[in-house]
Design a protein around this ligand. Structure first.
Ligand code: HEC
Length: 174
């Protein structure tokens, strides 16, 4: 025979279970102790620089520097900068494969491909005439793309005047 006390205890336990479940559900919907709803951790959207961000950050300064390197007759630095400019255009095309339904990598190749190749040859052979011609062609390439994408307000020119940079380009030759 089961003692009466054990039976009563079992009854208490059985009654307590649904109460605890209900209370638990109610607590789950209550605001947390701090009085604020617990929201899921914020999702940070990956930052994709826009075409103009990349122009200002990765293309324009290298176009400018390349000219400065030539003026300083720092051919080693010109070769370095030209390689970086080529890479920056490649990454631009990878990040933005299409703009207004036009393939950006194709456009980049068609307007900058030849001048960049000619600049490479000019820098290798330290040829001033070839360099200035190819540099002007590259600059025309910048502008023809801007016009093609209806951004003709962005006009790039062969630099003139003293550089106003925050980098010292008068480093010792390697
Ligand atoms: C394949 C096309 C293409 C080529 C080549 C190109 N650009 Fe651009 N560039 C653009 C487009 C498109 C924009 C406008 C982007 C926007 O505002 O949405 C732009 C904008 C710019 C801007 C303005 C950015 C701003 O926010 O004010 C600068 C500066 C610029 N380009 C520099 C250059 C230079 C320098 C070259 C050449 C070395 C060059 N670009 C070559 C497509 C090109």
């Amino acid at each position: 025979m089961i003692p009466a006390t054990t039976g009563r205890r079992r009854l208490v336990v059985l009654l307590a279970l649904p109460v605890a479940a209900t209370l638990g559900a109610a607590l789950a919907t209550l605001p947390s102790a701090s009085g604020q709803e617990k929201s899921p951790a914020p999702q940070t959207a990956p930052y994709l620089p826009s075409i103009s961000d990349m122009m200002i950050a990765t293309i324009q300064p290298r176009h400018r520097r390349l000219w400065q390197d030539w003026k300083d007759k720092d051919w080693a630095f010109a070769a370095y900068e030209l390689g970086n400019l080529r890479g920056a255009f490649r990454r631009l095309g990878e990040a933005h494969p299409k703009e207004n339904d036009v393939s950006l990598p194709d456009m980049i190749a068609s307007v900058t491909g030849q001048p960049v190749d000619e600049l490479t040859t000019a820098v290798r052979s330290k040829d001033d005439t070839k360099f200035t011609k190819a540099y002007a062609d590259l600059t025309d390439g910048c502008n023809s793309c801007h016009q093609a994408f209806n951004h003709g307000v962005v006009v790039i020119k062969v630099p003139s005047g003293a550089p106003s940079f925050d980098q010292d380009f008068t480093h010792a030759a390697p």
